[in-house]
Design a protein around this ligand. Sequence first.
Ligand SMILES: Nc1ncnc2c1ncn2[C@@H]1O[C@H](COP(=O)(O)OP(=O)(O)O)[C@@H](O)[C@H]1O
Ligand SMILES: [Mg+2]
Length: 374
Amino acid sequence: MATVTFDKATRIYPGGDKPAVDGLDIEVGDGEFLVLVGPSGCGKSTSLRMLAGLEDVNAGAIRIGERDVTHLPPKDRDIAMVFQNYALYPHMTVADNMGFALKIAGVNKAEIRKRVEEAAKILDLSDYLARKPKALSGGQRQRVAMGRAIVREPQVFLMDEPLSNLDAKLRVQTRTQIASLQRRLGVTTVYVTHDQVEAMTMGDRVAVLKDGLLQQVDSPRNMYDKPANLFVAGFIGSPAMNLIEVPIVDGGVKFGNALVNVERDAVQAAADKGDRTVTVGVRPEHFDIVTGDSDSKSLSKDAPAGLAVTVNVVEELGADGYVYGSAKVDGEEKDIVIRVGGRAIPEKGSVLHVVPRGGETHVFATSSGERLSD
Ligand SMILES: Nc1ncnc2c1ncn2[C@@H]1O[C@H](COP(=O)(O)OP(=O)(O)O)[C@@H](O)[C@H]1O
Ligand SMILES: [Mg+2]
């Protein structure tokens, strides 16, 4: 087992004017499950392929443990990769597919058989070893691809969207299986996906990339609680965090008819930079619905406190529901999404008064996008 280090690793494709991956700096711990996530084209596969040795590194270095592997061929890196399309050999049995890399490496037959059978047992494939890939379901093929990686007993597993060919239900099952398998084997793993739910549920830590640049690398909990900038705030969480530009007023920010207590220091930091607004982030699950005029935070005696949100569309999911509404903030109509309880779904066209829950607001600089609040 080993650590993995991306040390300012950069990839510029021939003819490209800007790097596909730009100075990537990540240290993956021994036995850690690290997920690289970001929108299509952000450089996830390129990062993984640099680690695999399938792509040149134009600047910086890559290390596995203490070894500098930056210019080593793939076969000398002691890694095993699982691809999106599995790349199984159609004319070979499951057993031969799983053992193929060992055969090429000159491992003796008895040892190959032993490792393949062990992996098959772990992956629930023992009854299928004599079959050809075409006689397997999508989920079984995926497990064969995993098996092929496991039998090699590598220092590092690399996986590039290994679940994207499975249907939604199987994808959810399989992600749990892969995560628990990785924990059992304890092999350092770098896993690529564009799906933030997959990233959040599987990773010990998550690294968010955008346009070849690392935005944040953190535990799933910290990603959710303290997104480092507006991009991460909008990318992690579903439905996405509401991000609303609001004017700075004395002591805080004005959110409709309510003063929202965001961190004073954060607002001051924005004001010091000359910003007249900040961007406040509130997740759909962090609004409280207020009724009547009982709320003392109201700025006006007549209107209830909070932001008046007109309900445009309601999505009922049973356990809960999402209100897609609009509200006037600083004279402009803004879209806003609010999670409500499954037994308290408001009527379309009605008006809700909402306030962000204390301690659950995020403040970002409108100008730079950087997080200002703690
Ligand atoms: N072989 C290549 N030649 C030139 N550009 C490439 C090549 N592969 C990928 N790119 C470009 O590099 C960027 C990152 O691609 P990629 O790493 O595949 O992104 P992701 O896996 O996050 O979708 C994209 O802009 C893509 O078009
Ligand atoms: Mg990719």
